[in-house]
Write a protein that binds this ligand. Structure first.
Ligand code: SF4
Length: 351
């Protein structure tokens, strides 16, 4: 039964939402390092970092990245290795490579300035509808909607949208509603307020509807369906993988190899890996000795990594994607997450 005298199932209007939401945002907004200016570069970097990554985790990475590359020009002129090194630990390295490529394109084709339109922004590598909407609305006051994890949930509940949101077109109705809701005045603050409401009040489990500025016009709240909207996505199964990472020693140095463009962690350094069933002889390895085991999860795969070490049995030529590096120098390389953990183990034991 609908509560109070709100019309059942009526999607609230932008007018109904904007005023109470912006008033709430003025007193409750999160203080985040990228919100201290409306510089499109900072908005862009933060939004790319926030894809697939929690806000708390992004904060320090953002501050370090901006200190190293304060503007488009600095990023465009940086070496890819230095960009990846600063990204190390955030994961999804394709984001960093695309950020770097987009900075180069901005410098070459736009004099280092950002296009002001959603379409112009979307012509840059790695900038999709969401990121373009964020930059355009926050930095340039364009009334463009944005839909990400928090706003998707808030909008689905506000509108009482009880259908699945996963799958290729699951988000389409949410984008359409978001398009109608975003106001012409202060669209950037409105978008950020929706995201903050999702993060602080309209949480996935047990939303705090009694403290919500939109409780009176929210269809899910008014029809007691906050527990079932949005519909839960089907869980993807996690695949188990077993691999062996090999620390090959030669004259006080260890062998590392750079991941190829089609591999996970493309462009980053790692210790050579083999499926556990594969022989280690092609690595020029003597008899291996077990060092330990680590587990690591990456995009629905849980990898159990046996770590062994061995001495190089023969000198041989070193392939172009490989290098022999002293353990003390591993800290200067951009490495995969498991590679960094193994490097940490070696640093501990060589002290
Ligand atoms: S009333 Fe509840 S369900 Fe609706 S937007 Fe607010 S917190 Fe979310």
């Amino acid at each position: 039964m609908p509560k109070g005298n709100v019309k059942a199932a009526g999607i609230p209007s932008s007018r109904q939402i904007a005023r109470p939401l912006l008033a709430w945002y003025a007193r409750a907004r999160r203080d985040l390092p990228w919100r201290r200016s409306r510089d499109p570069y900072r908005v862009w970097v933060s939004e790319i970092m926030l894809q697939q990554t929690q806000v708390e985790r992004v904060k320090d990475f953002f501050v370090r990245f901006i200190a190293a590359f304060p503007d488009v020009q600095a990023l465009a002129q940086a070496e890819e290795h230095d960009v990846l090194r600063l990204w190390e630990g955030l994961g999804y390295y394709r984001r960093a490579r695309q950020l770097h490529a987009a900075a180069k394109q901005l410098l070459a084709e736009h004099g280092g300035r950002f296009p002001h339109t959603v379409d112009g922004l979307r012509s840059l590598p790695g900038i999709g509808r969401y990121t373009a909407g964020a930059i355009a609305s926050i930095a340039f006051d364009v009334p463009a909607p944005i839909v990400e994890a928090n706003s998707r949930r808030v909008i689905a509940r506000l509108a009482g949208h009880a259908k699945r949101l996963d799958g290729p077109s699951g988000d389409t109705p949410i984008w359409e509603i978001a398009e109608r809701l975003v106001p012409k005045t202060a669209p950037g603050r409105f978008n950020q307020a929706v995201m903050d409401l999702g993060a602080l009040v309209c949480t996935p489990e047990r939303p705090l509807c009694t403290a919500c500025p939109l409780a009176a016009c929210c269809v899910a709240n008014q029809t007691n369906r906050t527990a079932t909207i949005p519909m839960k996505a089907a869980r993807r199964e996690t695949k188990q993988l077993r691999e062996t990472a090999v620390v090959v020693w030669r004259g006080g140095r260890v062998l590392v190899e750079r991941r190829g463009p089609e591999e996970w962690w493309a462009g980053l350094w790692d210790f050579p890996r083999r499926a556990t069933s594969q022989a280690l002889a092609p690595l020029g390895c003597g008899k291996p000795r077990r060092l330990g085991r680590i587990t690591h999860t990456v995009t629905h795969h849980k990898i159990t990594l046996e770590i062994v070490e061995c001495a190089a049995a023969r000198a041989g030529r070193t392939a172009a994607n490989r290098a022999w590096v002293p353990v003390a120098k591993l800290a200067t390389l951009a490495m995969t997450a498991p590679g960094r953990r193994i490097a940490g183990m070696l640093e501990q034991t060589s002290r």
